[in-house]
Design a protein around this ligand. Structure first.
Ligand code: BT5
Length: 238
């Protein structure tokens, strides 16, 4: 079995969703593992949305144990790892993060992250990065971009190796020193801090001024009734 750093690693030709396929690999190796695929036929985003496929892009899932109390912080850490990875290839672009964990280049979405519960204390961290091709997104709220569109040619598995290195380094830092530095890195890249935003949730929407994130990774929204701490939702800018 191949490895990237301490992770077992498999790269498939084709699958439905790497977040599902990684469960088979986890069953086999019974240890933290990474599964990527060349083609992903049924990639998903949050809340039943789709993740669009396009040639030569990175579709990957990491399976590893996370405690319930660390989860909100690890979600934020994952966005920092992806953003740092994108930045290391697109040196001149403006890289931003949009809560909880979209990674944007000049306000266009280049990567998305989906956390799902795995078996036992495992979580699955699914990451899509548009490396080679910009997908044709029908949703006018999201404009997409890719490395190629930003004038950089890269190979998806090279991007994966850099991503794994960044993720491992940040996790080590997090375990040794706690969340503070990671929270600061995320806030330094956060789009629209201090501006008015709307957060859409299952049961409605709420508007206010985006004040940052707290020590659990929750979004802080200043409303006329005080600061609201938001655990899940979609952010829209007015
Ligand atoms: C996400 O969802 O951004 C999480 C996407 C996670 C995808 C990875 S790929 C590997 C792993 N296996 C999976 O099955 N999934 C993970 P969300 O925040 O719900 O955003 C979804 C929205 O982003 C869609 O409704 C589109 O508007 C937009 N979108 C879809 N595909 C895109 C793409 N390739 N690039 C940029 N935007 C995209």
């Amino acid at each position: 079995m191949k490895k990237i750093n301490a992770w077992y690693f498999e790269d498939l030709e084709e699958t439905t969703s790497t977040n599902d396929a990684v469960l088979d690999l986890l069953e086999k190796v019974k240890a933290p593992c990474i599964l990527s695929t060349k083609k992903q036929r049924a990639g998903r985003g949050r809340l039943g949305r789709k993740w669009q496929e396009a040639d030569g892009n990175l579709y990957v899932s990491f399976a590893f144990p996370v405690s319930e109390e660390d989860l909100g912080q690890v979600v934020i850490l994952s966005a920092v790892a992806v953003a740092q990875t994108v930045r290391s290839f697109l040196k001149n672009a403006h890289i931003g993060v949009k809560w909880p964990n979209d990674v944007m280049v000049n306000n266009k979405k280049i990567a998305g992250i989906l956390f799902e519960k795995g078996p036992r204390d495992y979580w699955i961290m699914g990451i899509g990065i548009n490396v080679n091709t910009t997908p044709d997104i029908k949703n006018p709220m999201y404009i997409a971009t890719s490395f190629t569109q930003e004038m950089v040619k890269e190979e998806r598995l090279h991007v994966l190796k850099t991503l794994t290195k960044n993720f491992d380094r940040l996790m080590e830092e997090y375990k040794k020193e706690g969340f503070e530095k990671i929270q600061k890195s995320w806030l330094d890249m956060a789009i629209n801090r201090g501006k008015k935003i709307t957060v859409k949730q299952y049961h409605g929407e709420i508007s206010g001024v985006f004040r940052g994130i707290d020590t659990q990774g929750r979004l802080l929204l200043q409303t006329p009734n005080g600061i609201c701490k938001i655990l899940t939702g979609d952010v829209f800018y007015l």
